[in-house]
Design a protein around this ligand. Structure first.
Ligand SMILES: O=C(O)C(=O)C[C@]1(C(=O)O)C=C[C@@H](O)C=C1
Length: 362
């Protein structure tokens, strides 16, 4: 390194140190204000986590971002700042489909930041139970995957549960083939969650058609097994690779490069309107001609757009269906309220699962 550059580098680092000192001072100020908000919330028993406010803060900062930092990095940084401030107000417990290192865990961090207490659960049922029982303040459950479709168990549990949806998380899902050595030498079987095996089906057929495929409880479990046994390859995400100290044989082996999973955040509280929200509902109709069409009429009449529509057999033995529907807007908005009131008259069953801020970017 030339002496000239060495001097310049030292000068630039002095500038960075001074800026960091300013950022630190401002962070401390921000945290003190958040503590005051926390004291007021404690006195009035108001919920600490306010997803609509966090969505507004992030949207505003992305909008005003002067660059050169990327918007998504601004989002990550401020998500963590709010997560740390929130943790000063109250420790928050979040249940999810464990073990550590799963995509569900990644979804928790994406929505709540790192400053939360993790409650890994063995099943989706357990996540619902932990939140209903108050062991966890919130739960994160998978709802649908772009290649594999809906997660039926989650939809069934929404039918029975009194919990509300207060957020959604969209996570790109990248699967990797992982082994101890980073090669396939000596490998006899490949382990993964059944959905991951399905999502990597063509790649496996093309590259390792002879290899035995074994479905296990989660991708993190597959990674754990691979870390213990040189004859096992695991399919999992990057977090699991790092956690179990595995090497990459191949990256991004999912058949659909845009593979993503949508998760719902469940809890006891309803999110307030953020200005850009979705509302999720479950409906069923009498088994007669034109009934589904009649359901959609109130939406058109009040100019409320539908963004998702899934059907699910009602398991009553007869040929009846439940419909899971997402609409644009918050149930506190007049046109949504009017549409919901008419839908409720039209449907044999109608349950509003919750309104929550839309995730437009991921
Ligand atoms: O505005 C609030 O209600 C706060 O508690 C502050 C804050 C933040 O750090 O900006 C923290 C937690 C809430 O989820 C929302 C925002």
């Amino acid at each position: 390194m030339s002496d000239g550059w060495q001097t310049k580098l030292s000068e630039l680092r002095v500038q960075i140190d001074a800026i960091d000192q300013d950022i630190l001072r401002l962070l401390a100020q921000r945290a003190q204000v958040a503590e005051q908000v926390g004291q007021h919330k404690a006195a009035t028993q108001a919920p600490v986590f306010r997803p609509e406010r966090e969505a507004q803060v992030i949207a505003r900062l992305r909008e005003r971002n002067p660059g050169p930092l990327h918007g998504e990095h601004i989002e990550t940084i401020f998500r963590e700042i709010m997560s740390a401030c929130r943790a000063l107000e109250q420790r928050m417990f979040v249940a999810y489909l464990g073990p550590a290192g799963t995509f569900s865990e990644q979804a928790v961090f994406k929505h709540f930041g790192q400053s939360v207490e993790l409650v890994p659960c063995a099943t989706i049922d357990e996540v619902f139970r932990a939140v209903a029982a108050g062991t966890a303040d919130f739960g994160v459950v998978p709802v649908e995957n772009s290649t594999e479709g809906v997660v039926n168990r989650t939809l069934d549990l929404f039918l029975e549960s009194p919990l509300l949806i207060s957020g959604e998380i969209a996570l790109p899902i990248h699967h990797n083939v992982l082994t101890q050595s980073g090669t396939m030498q000596g490998v006899q079987k490949v382990c993964a969650h059944q959905q991951a095996l399905a999502q990597c089906n063509s790649w496996l057929n093309q590259h390792y058609p002879q290899l035995e495929r074994v479905a296990v409880a989660s991708n993190a479990e597959a990674a754990r097994l691979a870390s213990l046994d040189a004859t096992v390859a695991g399919i999992a995400g990057e977090q699991a690779a790092a956690r179990y100290n595995l090497q990459f044989v191949a990256r991004h082996v999912q058949d659909d490069p845009h593979n993503r999973t949508r998760f719902a955040v469940i809890g006891q509280h309803q999110a307030e309107p953020s200005g850009q929200d979705h509302t999720s509902l479950i409906l069923s109709v009498a088994n007669k001609a034109g009934a589904v069409h009649a359901l959609l009429a109130p939406l058109a009449k009040h100019q409320v757009s539908m963004t998702r529509f899934e059907s699910r057999p009602a398991r009553t033995g007869s040929w009846e269906y439940y419909f899971f529907m997402d609409i644009e807007g918050h149930q506190a908005q007049p046109q949504v309220q009017a549409a919901l009131a008419e839908l409720q008259q039209e449907a044999a069953y109608c349950k509003v699962l919750g309104s929550y801020p839309v995730k437009t970017l991921s």
